[in-house]
Design a protein around this ligand. Structure first.
Ligand code: AMP
Length: 287
């Protein structure tokens, strides 16, 4: 397995693979890897085949964090991440520094960003107004550096995957976007690097996101059509009954347009963000 930190070297190697007819698969991550990331590597391997080249990028992208967010304390463990990549059969880890990804940014000399202007508006985009600009920018850069045929993202960050798919189409990147299912802990909590922030009480209460999703699914199954406002109120009550939990948003929407629906039926997408203590957790699913 190769570890590469220079974008120029990465691009040169990727070009070499491409010219040799070797398909390249990319799994973008911010590190502190867990079984969710691992499943994306496995999906990338399935897509490019045994002789393909699977690249995992490991980069805590500063432009997707607001100044008030957890950039400086985002968990990191490079040694463990590299061991996990090796074990998962990753061929190359791309781990650039901020200085090479955003040359001159601190001094105002980095000035090009990629912005998606529709799907980024609600939910994560409303709660974190500068977040998606950072995500689309770094993913566009990674596509240009790693030159993948296929890039794998997790359904855990469902809106992110939708935004990236839209950017990919709108900007004519020659990349196939694959969205892999959310990997969960045995009690249903979606795996996340941020779960590490939770103390034992918070960890127990963090299952409320999954319980809300299951409860919504059960209601839709039972009643066929459910009033969105009434369901919102019932799930909000379930969430606020946990002492450590505070709802950020909970939305029912059309999975194509991301427009909110008034009536919740089978096939509607639900997404929510909940603060558990100071940690902001997200989850989503199809009802
Ligand atoms: P992150 O390192 O949190 O930025 O995530 C990198 C990629 O892994 C993104 O495409 C995420 O959607 C995906 N991912 C994170 N957690 C999970 C999970 N529990 N199951 C599946 N994919 C995940």
């Amino acid at each position: 397995m190769r570890s590469i930190s220079s974008p120029a070297v990465m691009q040169r190697l990727a070009l070499k693979q491409k010219r040799a007819g070797v398909p390249v698969g990319l799994v973008p991550t911010m590190g502190y890897l867990h079984a969710g990331h691992r499943s994306l590597v496995e999906e990338a391997r399935r897509r490019v085949g045994a002789s393909g080249w699977v690249v995992l990028s490991l980069y805590v992208n500063p432009t997707q964090f607001a100044p008030t967010e957890d950039l400086s304390k985002y968990p990191r463990d490079l040694k463990r991440d590299l061991a996990m990549c090796r074990e998962a059969g990753v061929d190359a880890v791309f781990m650039p520094s901020d200085a090479v990804m955003y040359p001159g940014r601190e001094e105002g000399r980095y000035s090009t960003y990629v912005v998606e202007e529709s799907l980024t508006r609600p939910m994560e985009g409303a709660s974190r107004p500068t977040h998606f600009r950072g995500v689309t920018t770094v993913v566009a850069k990674l596509f240009n550096i790693v030159l993948p045929e296929v890039a794998v993202f997790g359904a855990k960050d469902w809106q992110q995957a939708a935004v990236i798919s839209r950017m990919n189409r709108d900007m004519n990147f020659p990349v196939r976007i694959v969205v892999a299912p959310t990997v969960r802990e045995p009690d249903g909590l979606a795996m996340s690097s941020r779960n590490k922030y939770l103390d034992p009480t918070q960890r127990l209460q963090a299952t409320v996101l999954w319980e809300s999703l299951k409860s919504a699914r059960a209601e839709v199954k039972r009643n066929g059509t459910v009033d969105a406002a009434a369901l919102h109120a019932r799930l909000s009550a379930i969430i606020s009954a946990r002492s450590e939990a505070r709802l950020d948003y909970l939305e029912f929407f059309d999975p194509e347009t991301l427009q909110p629906v008034v009536e919740v039926t089978k096939g509607v997408q639900m997404a929510l963000a909940v603060f558990v203590g100071k940690t902001r957790l997200i989850d989503n699913g199809r009802l």
